[in-house]
Ligand binder design. Sequence first.
Ligand code: SAH
Length: 219
Amino acid sequence: MSESTYTIAQEAMVQQQLIRRGITDERVLAAMRRVPRHLFVPPVMVNEAYLDKPVPIGYQQTISQPYIVAHMTELLELPAQGEVKVLEIGTGLGYQAAILSYLVTQVYTVERITQLAKEARERIIELGLKNINMKVADGGYGWPDQAPYQAIIVTAAAPFVPPPLIDQLADGGVLLLPIGAKRQPQYLLRLRRHGDKIEEERLTPVAFVPFLGEHGWAE
Ligand code: SAH
């Protein structure tokens, strides 16, 4: 496919998969138009980059479906002003991190598979996204040195909310994660901190790969 074909496919994705299904946040839509999704799938999968589905990225992992990326980004309710730090757990090839990089001051993202993190880093450098900070670790522990975060997003499905992530949430901040069974059913859970109190909302049904590690599923 040529670059202009990608541009057409990307605009069709925004119109048909996002706007038609109710994504209204203009900043989210602008970010979804700005990040070339075909650069965040393996080269053999580029023809599937703008389709309405998750795409395999190797290591039994996937890049999430475009609608889910946009929907989760919208649910984070990121402040439009001031210093905003976001923590993402589960970098994969870095697509969600790239979207977030256009919406916040600093993105911190943690991936447990070294090779995926390496490939994500190459893409992020190539696109010149300088506000994305990455590390290889068990994301269940968060990234305590940089806490607190105005938003934390987990992109793999956990059996329970990892306690360190709640601890690293700023006052008024949002923690969004898929919760549920190792395969299905799962749903998005949104937690919001109000001082020492945590408000919980059970939202959209979803299908994510399992969140592994100390605060997740055993391998
Ligand atoms: N956010 C990605 C999607 C990644 S798929 C995107 O935008 O395309 C989920 C990722 O979570 C996988 O790469 C998987 O390796 C990672 N993951 C699972 N458990 C994890 C853990 N405990 N810590 C860090 N990463 C984890």
